[in-house]
Write a protein that binds this ligand. Sequence first.
Ligand code: SAH
Ligand code: SF4
Ligand code: F3S
Length: 469
Amino acid sequence: MSNKTTLISDEQLQKQFEYCDQIAAYWQQRDTVPKAYVETYGCQQNEADSEKIRGYLAQSGYSIINEAEGADVVVMNTCAIREHAEQRVFGNLGALVHTKRRHPGQKIFLCGCMAGQTIVSDRIKNSYHHVDGVFSTHHLWQFPEILCNVLYRGKRQFYVADEPGSIAEGIPQIRDNKLKAWVSIMYGCNNFCTYCIVPYVRGRERSRKPDDILAECKDLIAAGIKEITLLGQNVNSYGKDLDCGVDFSDLLSMIAELEGDFLIRFMTSHPRDAGRKLFDTMAKYPKIAKQLHLPFQSGSSRVLKAMNRHYDREKYLAAVAYAKSVMPDLVLTSDVIVGFPGETEEEFEETISLIEAVRYDALFTFIFSPRHGTPAASMEDPTPKEEKNRRFDKLCAVQNRISEEIHAAYVGKALRCLVDGKDGDQLTARTEGGRLVRLSGDDALIGTYQTITITGSTTWSLTGNRKEK
Ligand code: SAH
Ligand code: SF4
Ligand code: F3S
C-alpha cells in the first residue's frame, strides 16, 4: 500500500460547502431554523471530529442543541474500543426510535469508529431502519453530501468503504471550550497492537503538515485559548510519512516557540518511540506541560510481545527513569489492560510490580475486551471472567493507594493553575500536570492562571485556596 497521504482538494471541499448551501436552502423554503444534536462517545479524537460535524451543521443553518428530543438531525459519533462502548451505542440508538416517532422528520446518523466495521454497518442496515445514514471516519469530510442526499432524496446513505484514509484541511469547527482546544496533528495508526480495533477503523498513519498545525495553533492562541492538546494515536510517529524532516519533538519546539501565555499537552505517546529527544524537548520549554501519558498495557515482557507492542518491561522502565531524571515534577499517567488472553497470575503480578515501581499519578484501567477481526480475539483465553475481575479489583486498589499518597504529598505546595470552570458551587482548576483542584472563588477567575495553595487531597483530586498576591 502506498504510504502517500491523500489530501482532500480545495475543489472537493468547496463542493461540500455547496451541499451546506443546499441544506440551508431546504430549511429556508420551509421557513424553519433546524436543530441538531451531536452525541460523542470515546476519546478526544472523536471529540475533535464532533467539533467538525457541528461546524458543518452550523454552516448548513442548524442551531446546535443538547438533546435528541426535538432535533431535526441526530448524529451519534461512536467508539469501538471495547464491547461495552458499543453496547451503550446500540442501546441509545434503540431509544431514538421514540424520539423519531415524536418528531417524524428527525434524521439519524451513526458515524465514528463503530461505523468503520462492516459487521456494524450491516447490522444497522438490516435491523435499525430508523437510522438514515452511516459514515466511517474516512467519510466525515463528506457529511454535508450525505445529509443533503438524505434530505432531498429521502434515501438511506451508507458511506463506509474501507480505505487507508485522507486528510481534509479547512472543515469548519465549533469548539465549545473557550480555554482549551484539541488539535489533531495526525490521524490513524500503523501499530496493530493485537487487541486493538483502531487501525482497522481509522486507517493508516497520516500527518498534517507542520505549517497547517502551526497556523491553527496561532489562531487558537490569538482567540485566547490557554491549553492546546495535540492529538494522535501515536504522536511519536508524527512526520514519518511526510519526509519533511520534522519529527514530533521538532513540532513541539515550533509550537512552544510561538508567542503567548499557553500550555501544550499531547497524547498519546507510544513507549516504543518515546526517546530522549522527546523528554529533553519537554524539559527545555516551560510552555510544554510536564505531563506524560505513556500507556504500558502490561508489566510482563511476554504479554507485551503477544500484544505486539515492540518494547519490553526493561525498555519501558528505562524510558520512564530518563523522563523523571530530566523532569523531576513530571506527572505520569498510563493505560493498562488486565486479562489479556493467556495472562498468568505471575504475569499479572508483574503488572502490579511495574505500577509500584513507576508510581503513576493516575491510571486508566481496562479489562481485555475481544474485538472482532483483531488477532487477540481468536487467541486462547482460558482465564475465567471472575478471575479477571479479581485481578482488576486488586490493580485498582493498588493504584488508588498510590494516587492517594501522591496527592497527599501536594498539601502545602503552592502551584500555578488554570482556573477552568465550575463544579457545583466550587471553581475547578488544573495544575500544570493536569491534576484537578477544587477551590472557592469568584466566577471572574475562570480563564485566569492563579497560584493555589493546596490544603487537602483525595484519591482523585486536590482542594486549595487562591494565594492572594
Ligand atoms: N493509541 C493509544 C491508545 C488508544 S486506545 C496507545 O497506543 O496507547 C486507549 C486504551 O484502550 C489503550 O491504551 C488500551 O489500554 C485500551 N484498549 C484498547 N483496546 C482494548 C481492548 N480490546 N480491550 C481492552 N482495552 C483496550
Ligand atoms: Fe491501538 Fe496500539 Fe494503535 Fe494505540 S498504538 S491505537 S493501542 S493499535
Ligand atoms: Fe474509541 Fe475510536 Fe477513540 S475506537 S477510543 S473513539 S479512536
